[in-house]
Design a binder for this molecule. Structure first.
Ligand SMILES: NC(=O)c1ccc[n+]([C@@H]2O[C@H](COP(=O)([O-])OP(=O)(O)OC[C@H]3O[C@@H](n4cnc5c(N)ncnc54)[C@H](OP(=O)(O)O)[C@@H]3O)[C@@H](O)[C@H]2O)c1
Length: 270
C-alpha cells in the first residue's frame, strides 16, 4: 500500500505503537522502508513490537517526566534523524459528566492527549526538524466535533489537539508540516466498549457500511506523513467511513425541515 510514499530511510516515532491504530501505522511505515521507533507503557509489548518491525522502542508513559526527551534522544542516537512523528497514544478516561470530573483525572487527560504531543513536537523540532524539516501527524477523533454524554474530557482534550495541530502548522512552517487524522469508530481495545456490544447497529448506520479497521486509519496517516501530501499542513483528515456525512445530512435535513415548517407557519399554511 505504501511503495509510492517515498518513506524509505526516513526515521519515524510512533507513540502508542504496540497495538491498534499506532501498531498499524508502525507496520505501514516499516513496510514502506522507514526506520521505526514505537512507545507504550507495557515494556514486553514494546520489545515484541519493535523486534517484529525491525525497529526500536522505548517503554514509558508518554506523559511521564523526561519521556519525550528520552525517546527523542534514543531515536537520534539509533537512527541519526527524526523525520516523522505520529502522536497516537491517548487516554479516553475519565468517563462521566464534566460537572463531576475529578481535577487530577482532567489534568491527566490533557497531559496525555495534548501536552505530551506538544512536548514531543518541541523535542523533535529542536533535535532535528527545525534544521532538516519533517512531518507530524496527530491522531484526534471524529467525536471531538460532537457532545458525548460520558466522554467530555476526552472530547475536549482532542478538540484542543485539533487546534494545537493548526497552531503548530503555523509556527513550524515551511519546514515542518503538521496535520491530523480524525478517526471514527475503529476496532481497537480503546473502543471495544463501544463496538463490541453494538457493531452491527453502528455499521448499519454508516455510509460505508462497516466500522473502521486500524489499517484504514494507518493508510491516511502514512499519506499525510509522506511527501505525497507535501502541500498540506494544518489539515484534519476525517477517516470515519462517512460518520460525519451521515450526522451532517441528518442534522441538515432536520434543520431544513424546521425552517420549512417555520416558513409555512408564517405563510399561514398549517
Ligand atoms: N479506536 C477508535 O475508535 C478511535 C476513534 C477515534 C480516535 N482514536 C484515537 O486513536 C488513537 C489510538 O487509539 P487506539 O484505538 O488504537 O487505542 P489502543 O488500541 O488502546 O492502543 C493504544 C496504544 O497507545 C498506548 N498507550 C496508551 N496510553 C499510553 C500512555 N499514557 N503512554 C504511552 N503509551 C500509551 C498503548 O500501549 P500501553 O497500554 O501498553 O501503554 C497502545 O499501544 C488514540 O489517539 C485515540 O484517541 C481511536
Amino acid at each position: 500500500m505504501t511503495s509510492s510514499y517515498g518513506l524509505s530511510g526516513r526515521a519515524a516515532l510512533v507513540t502508542g505503537g504496540t497495538r491498534g491504530i499506532g501498531r498499524a501505522v508502525a507496520e505501514g511505515l516499516a513496510a514502506a522502508g522507514a526506520l521505526v521507533c514505537v512507545t507504550g507503557r507495557d515494556a514486553a509489548e514494546v520489545r515484541r513490537t519493535a523486534a517484529g518491525l525491525g525497529g526500536i522502542g522505548l517503554a514509558g508513559d508518554v506523559a511521564g517526566p523526561g519521556h519525550a526527551e528520552a525517546v527523542t534522544e534514543l531515536v537520534l542516537a539509533e537512527f541519526g534523524r527524526l523525520d516523522l512523528l505520529v502522536n497516537n497514544a491517548a487516554t479516553n478516561q475519565p468517563y462521566g459528566p464534566l460537572t463531576e470530573v475529578d481535577a487530577d483525572a482532567w489534568r491527566r487527560a490533557f497531559a496525555v492527549n495534548v501536552e505530551a504531543p506538544l512536548r514531543l513536537v518541541q523535542c523533535a523540532w529542536r533535535a532535528w526538524m527545525r534544521e532538516h524539516g519533517g512531518s507530524v501527524v496527530n491522531v484526534c477523533t471524529e467525536g471531538a466535533a460532537h457532545v458525548g454524554p460520558h466522554v467530555g474530557a476526552y472530547g475536549t482534550s482532542k478538540a484542543a489537539l485539533l487546534h494545537l495541530t493548526r497552531q503548530l502548522a503555523g509556527e513550524l512552517a515551511p519546514g515542518v508540516r503538521v496535520n491530523s487524522v480524525s478517526p471514527g469508530l475503529v476496532r481497537t481495545e480503546m473502543a471495544r466498549f463501544v463496538w463490541e456490544p453494538g457493531e452491527a447497529e453502528v455499521a448499519a448506520g454508516l455510509p460505508l457500511g462497516r466500522i473502521g479497521e486500524p489499517d484504514d486509519v494507518a493508510r491516511a496517516v502514512l499519506w499525510l506523513a509522506s511527501d505525497a501530501a507535501r502541500w498540506i499542513t494544518g489539515a484534519d483528515l476525517l477517516v470515519d467511513g462517512g460518520t460525519r456525512v451521515r450526522a451532517a445530512s441528518t442534522a441538515g435535513a432536520y434543520a431544513v425541515h424546521d425552517r420549512l415548517r417555520g416558513h409555512r407557519a408564517a405563510a399561514g399554511d398549517p
